[in-house]
Design a protein around this ligand. Structure first.
Ligand code: EPZ
Length: 419
């Protein structure tokens, strides 16, 4: 088992370069299924989830080539298998994104139900309802979704609530459907917009990505693409908070400040100094942090993926802050670990009350999910003394070389293997 060990209390100073976005790369890898031409994807982060998705595409018959400079080429001209097996889908729910493109191009797909995960039940009912409205016959059998459609037809799809991969899955289905589709109450995340950019490069007819209504007029076939993945806004936010809570000064390169606006506003209300340029941010921590209340919501609101990290900062604010998690039903698991480090946090349903002005002290803690593991790293950096984080495999799903990036900023952080 690997662990990450941190000696806290160092002020982080210097520059960090943000990697490509995991949550943009995954749907874009799924888009390669839509064409029999070759595709090039650049700035692909080196992450376990990306490897899992590439393994899944290979199992379908895709020829994948990962080159050293973060470039991945994918050729889906010989897809022979239309089944995404349980052992792959269970390790990464986003595998379900192959359903839309397989249905669109081959009229058939058999994908394991993704099941829930630590942060919630993670249903996919909205995905399935969308496919059915496009004429797909859906059956659930032995834990798999069996979907069939002679030829998907354009439809009007309304999402009861915005779903990121639901919006992406239906876009991937609609681009080759017969006729026009309208996706209403669509997710507006930058990763949805990046996928739309790729589909348009492939020859798709899409308007409105990034707004709550996306209009797609189906086309007969799509060509290959060459695309540079956008930077990861959650990694960006993680380093912004690292500067704020270690009273440091970090220049964040290769990022898109416009994609982290909600976090910038909240950090500035907490008294953190932030200046932005076209593709970089400068964040200067402050001795005293002000308490700030927070409610997570779909983009462009405050991202649920940043809630745990922001909570660490609030443990040191001069006062009490109220943090509400509205997206996932079980996304407070990091609180028990933070309390073991001395944080004073109480939970009422989906709301946490964080009593600040606490100096965290290092302790052995356990990661429970991807973003909670990032929050524990931040807590270890801010805490007095040594923090040992176990189950770091969660971290490796979504952060590329995180301990190298933090140690380059002056953190005392290392990965150890203990048997
Ligand atoms: C995406 O998950 C992200 N994953 C998540 O990031 C992120 O936390 C989430 O969006 C919210 O922003 C990827 O993009 C690969 P949703 P997704 O469908 O699409 C409910 C990370 O750390 N819902 O937008 O699965 C659902 O229960 C991960 O990188 C239904 O009820 O999330 C939730 O309450 C964690 N039925 C809400 O919608 C459905 O069919 C939003 O979920 C689909 C969703």
């Amino acid at each position: 088992m690997q662990q990450i060990v941190i000696q806290g209390g160092k002020s982080l100073k210097g520059k960090v370069r943000i990697s490509g976005s995991k949550n943009a790369a995954l749907p874009i890898l799924a888009a390669t299924i839509l064409t029999d031409k070759k595709n090039i994807i650049r700035n692909v982060p080196k992450l376990r989830d990306i490897d899992t998705f590439c393994r899944l595409l290979t199992s379908l018959g895709t020829k994948i080539k990962k080159e050293t400079n973060k470039k991945v080429s994918a050729d889906c001209s010989n897809i022979s298998n239309l089944e995404a097996p349980y052992d792959l889908v269970k390790t990464m729910r986003a595998s379900f994104l192959v359903m839309g493109p397989l249905l669109a191009r081959f009229g058939e797909a058999k994908v394991s139900l993704p099941g829930g995960c630590a942060i919630g039940a993670r249903p996919i009912n909205l995905h399935l309802k969308g496919f059915q409205s496009m004429g797909a016959k859906i059956k659930i059998k032995d834990g798999y979704v069996l979907a069939k459609a002679k030829h998907l037809k354009g439809a009007k799809i309304y999402f009861d609530q915005p779903t990121v991969t639901g919006t992406e899955n239906l876009m991937l289905a609609a681009v080759l459907a017969k006729g026009t589709s309208l996706i209403e109450n669509a997710a507006k995340e930058p990763e949805v917009v990046d996928l739309a950019k790729v589909l348009i490069k492939m020859g798709a007819n899409i308007k409105g990505a990034g707004t709550d209504t996306i209009k797609i007029v189906g086309v007969a076939h799509l060509k290959g693409f060459d695309h540079n993945i956008i930077p990861d806004r959650i990694e960006t936010g993680t380093f912004m908070i690292a500067a704020a809570l270690t009273n440091g000064e970090i220049k964040i390169l290769n990022c898109i400040p416009g994609n982290v606006k909600a976090l910038i506003v909240k950090l500035q209300s907490a008294g953190v100094e932030i200046t932005t340029k076209d593709n970089s941010l400068f964040v200067k921590g402050k001795h005293s942090i002000k308490p700030v209340n927070l409610v997570t919501s779909p983009y462009p609101g405050f991202p649920t993926d940043m809630q745990a990290q922001f909570m660490v900062l609030m443990t040191m604010a001069k006062g009490t802050s109220i943090i509400s998690e509205t997206i996932f039903e079980n996304r407070f698991m990091h609180i028990a670990e933070l309390k073991r480090m001395g944080a004073d946090i109480s939970i009422e349903g989906h709301t946490a009350m964080v009593k600040g002005a606490k100096k965290l002290s290092g302790a052995p803690v356990m990661a429970t999910d991807l973003r909670a593991s990032a929050c524990l790293i931040l807590a270890g950096l801010a805490a007095k003394g040594k923090t040992t984080i176990s189950r770091v495999y969660h971290l490796d799903r979504g952060y590329e070389k995180i301990e190298e990036k933090f140690s380059a900023l002056g953190a005392s952080i290392k990965r150890i293997s203990n048997h």
